[in-house]
Design a protein around this ligand. Structure first.
Ligand code: SF4
Length: 404
């Protein structure tokens, strides 16, 4: 990532740090944190039972369930559902980013309309999102105004309202021509068969009204009840934005229906006629065996805001939309040690700041240390480390005067 973008990103992180500083110490936040920690630990421990339960309750509620073992299966399942569409509308989703859904659909002639303002701007910029909740926080207003002006071929003032109005009316116009909405879910309540999504812009509410609503979500988002799901997203909101609640929480528990005429249930009222949820495993079951703490994550992004490596390198430290050290850990289970190495396994300073910042206290540094050991056993390590090792073996010193 270039220097100006890093500066803008770190400035945004500074504002976020300031906004949430007192809220994080609030007694209600501390209580909520303890509660959510227990929910996440329990959920990861009982993931297979919750998944089985969710499958049954969702299907009983009229939601179709697809299990995807890996990214390829998830992409293909979604493509089969949308292959006759010219454009599908999509909200911000780390899971969709993980399976590179937008790129895949584009390659197969299905356009993807990003409906989140930040994601839409990043789509214009053709860069990577830099924060799970604020994807465009590496771009300043002048850059955004220039991008939007180029996109719409007219001069847009570098003023937030002017930018927003232009992008918004274009997105609304385009959504009105879409039949399919694709979203993620922030939490899934297994016992109730409910999908919970949070957002501030109102775009997800619009997408749930399209004919087909596809929800792509990692299996790690399962919790037992809807009350648990609400607790998780409340804490996520506090840590991600510094606000106590998001503007919207959408709960989807079935396709649209009414029983207003003699209690006869009729589907297809205002909302989606069909809801399909795609549960993605993609290495998560394997991660539970070895690094279950990695799945406690609630997706708030707190771990990257003060990480010395992320704030220096940006999204090249991490794996796709799983940013920072925790993303590096996950990449080992989504792929292998090679991908983990390339995601930044040896870039981490092991300082542990992310664990201090994380509301779930995920011990990212310890996990990365263990993964380094494993990686070295597979002979995957930085070239310089190899040279140092050779020097030590040959000269009993890490240095070689012949090497520049
Ligand atoms: S331990 Fe690694 S990932 Fe965590 S804050 Fe430090 S440098 Fe970042």
């Amino acid at each position: 990532m270039n220097d100006p973008s890093l500066k803008i990103m770190n400035r945004s992180f500074g504002i976020l740090n300031k906004r949430r500083s007192t809220l994080l110490e609030d007694e209600r936040t501390l209580d909520l944190k303890e509660r959510v920690k227990k929910i996440r630990e329990y959920s990861v421990e009982h993931l297979s039972t919750l998944l089985e339960k969710a499958r049954k309750t969702l299907e009983n509620n009229g939601i179709e369930v697809i299990m995807a073992h890996d990214a390829e299966e998830a992409r293909e399942a979604i493509y089969q559902l949308v292959k006759n569409e010219e454009t599908v509308a999509k909200s911000k989703s780390n899971t969709a980013g993980e399976i590179q859904l937008t790129e895949y659909l584009k390659e197969h002639d299905v356009n993807v309309l990003e409906t989140d303002l930040g994601d839409r701007i990043v789509q214009f910029h053709q860069s990577n999102p830099t924060h799970p909740i604020g994807p465009a926080c590496h771009l300043d207003m002048e850059i955004i105004a220039k991008l939007v002006s180029e996109e719409f071929k007219k001069e847009i003032e570098a003023e937030p309202r002017a930018i927003l109005d232009v992008v918004k009316s274009d997105i609304i116009e385009k959504i009105s021509q879409c039949r399919v909405g694709i979203t993620g879910a922030n939490s899934v309540a297994a016992e109730d068969g409910s999908l919970l999504m949070v957002h501030n812009e109102g775009n997800i509410s619009l997408l749930t009204l399209l004919d087909l609503h596809i929800v792509v979500v990692g299996v790690d988002k399962l919790v037992p009840t809807l009350e648990d799901a609400v607790s998780v997203v409340k804490l996520e909101t506090i840590y991600a934005t510094g606000k106590t609640v998001p503007a919207y929480m959408n709960v989807v528990s079935s396709p649209s229906k009414t029983a207003d005429i003699e209690q006869i249930i009729l589907n297809d009222m205002y909302g989606a006629k069909r809801v399909v949820v795609v549960f993605l495993d993609n290495g998560r079951t394997e991660a539970i065996q070895e690094k279950k703490e990695c799945l406690w994550c609630i997706g708030c992004g707190a771990c990257i805001v003060n990480c010395p490596v992320y704030t220096t390198l940006g999204p090249e430290f991490g794996y796709l939309r799983h940013l920072g050290g925790r993303g590096v850990v996950l990449s080992r289970y989504i792929h292998d040690n090679d991908v983990c190495f390339n995601s930044g396994l040896f870039k981490c300073t092991l300082c542990g700041q992310c664990t201090l910042e994380c509301p779930m206290e995920i011990p990212v540094n310890l996990m990365l240390e263990e993964l380094r050991e494993e990686s070295v056993k597979e002979r995957i390590y930085p070239e310089k480390h190899g040279k140092i090792k050779n020097n030590l073996q040959k000269r009993r010193s890490p240095f070689n005067p012949d090497e520049k």
